[in-house]
Design a protein around this ligand. Structure first.
Ligand code: SAM
Ligand code: SF4
Ligand code: SF4
Length: 363
């Protein structure tokens, strides 16, 4: 495990717990807007967070807006502009349900990487059922198509990516999703293993859970067992497709770890020690900072500098607790090198490679 005094690699601004979907995999949408609205950090608070982070980390670091649904906040573009003025790079997640009026704004904004959640491409019902709202598939596909077209017309460098959860219901959609990405010149796709719904909770209601005594619910274990054989075949195919040049962001290391997991979920607890304590710095809508999103906050950024939070006693305790953690979310993307914040870098890397190949005649 890395030394704790290294600086964080993965910074997330969970700007709101609120969400207009009803995903079956997540409980953030249960957040009642009227209970949290006046507790969320204000625009000025988030700008101050950016000032503090910039003072600590300097130019050029990435952060990702997430939530809840980040685009439910009206000030998302103002914050992106402010970050840009400080030479901080911005990515964002979205469920793409209510951003149809924002296409031009997104393209013209400094957001460099937009990561759209999509769980199926051939069967709309699979996507809609997983997201809990009819019509979600149609809107998401329309968003991806229109933004990609607009980006090309405007010669914008916006990276457009897809984020997909691997579910028992969508296993036959995984390969078509990769083919869709390649065919439509979308920058890339990132797969996420289905995690316990309890991990995807609104921070306002849940301040932490018992990670050292966690037991996977029987229902979830049965789901993994039933999908294991086909999941392993699909992951093998993903590895093949990645080798053939399809833009799959998950590292080979992560894809192989997923296979180990499906063979026997418990093996992964011994194979991978979770690294979030040394890499993650996640700020929730109320300013609480977590290194692990399932553990207690280690400080609040409104009243403390981030560099002090990063090395305080609670942070040290959290890093220690990660060593005995019994949860399986270590397989999520935040534990592996290719993550959302790197999406755009990966695109630039591929572009540079292409240019070098053309200039040198290298195959
Ligand atoms: C929590 S959402 C927040 C951003 C935005 N609301 C969205 O859905 O894109 C971030 C990502 O987590 C994924 N997710 C939700 N529940 C999950 C679960 N139980 N296991 C793994 N990923 C999950 C979503 O599909 C999405 O890609
Ligand atoms: S996964 Fe995203 S869209 Fe779905 S309920 Fe959670 S926050 Fe909302
Ligand atoms: S596996 Fe990692 S992210 Fe998940 S609860 Fe444990 S320490 Fe936290």
């Amino acid at each position: 495990m890395k030394e704790f005094n290294e600086k964080p690699q993965q910074i997330t601004f969970d700007v709101t717990d609120r969400c207009q979907m009803q995903c079956v995999t997540c409980s953030k949408w249960k957040t009642v807007a009227s209970e949290v609205m006046d507790k969320e950090l204000t625009t000025e608070d988030w700008k101050e967070v950016l000032n503090k982070l910039h003072k600590w980390l300097g130019d050029g670091f990435w952060f990702c807006f997430s939530g809840g649904e980040p685009f439910l906040r009206q000030d998302i573009f103002e914050l992106a502009e402010y970050a840009h003025s400080l030479c901080i790079k911005v990515a964002s997640m979205t469920n793409a349900f209510s951003i149809q009026h924002l296409y031009e704004k997104i393209i013209d904004s400094p957001i460099e990487s937009l990561n759209v959640s999509l769980n199926a491409v051939n069967n709309p019902l699979i996507h809609d059922e997983s997201r809990g709202r009819q019509g979600s598939y149609e809107k998401t596909i329309e968003t991806i198509q229109t933004l990609t077209k607009l980006r090309n017309e405007k010669k914008s460098s916006l990276g457009i990516n897809i984020a997909t959860i691997m579910l028992p219901e969508n296993l036959e959609e995984i390969i078509p999703l990769v083919e869709y990405v390649t065919k439509n010149k979308i920058n890339g796709i990132m797969f996420q293993l289905l995690d316990d719904k309890e991990s995807f909770h609104g921070y306002f209601y849940q301040k932490g859970c018992k990670t050292s005594t966690y037991k996977m619910p029987v229902e979830l274990r049965t789901k993994y067992k039933n999908m294991a054989k086909r999941a392993i075949e699909v992951i093998d195919k993903l590895i093949e497709m990645k080798q053939a040049g399809h833009s799959i962001y998950n590292s080979y290391e992560q894809l192989n770890a997923m296979k180990v997991f499906f063979n026997n979920p418990d093996d992964i607890l011994n194979e991978i020690i979770c690294d979030v304590g040394t890499t993650n710095f996640a700020i929730d809508p109320y300013g609480d900072v977590r290194l692990c999103f399932n553990m207690e906050p280690v400080g609040n950024i409104k009243d403390t500098n981030p560099e002090d939070i990063w090395i305080n006693e609670k942070a040290k305790k959290c890093r220690n607790m990660t060593k005995s953690c019994k949860m399986y979310c270590r397989l999520l993307n935040c534990n592996f090198k290719h993550n959302f914040a790197n999406f755009n870098k990966s695109f630039i890397y591929r572009l540079k490679n292409k240019i070098v190949k053309i200039l040198t005649g290298r195959k």
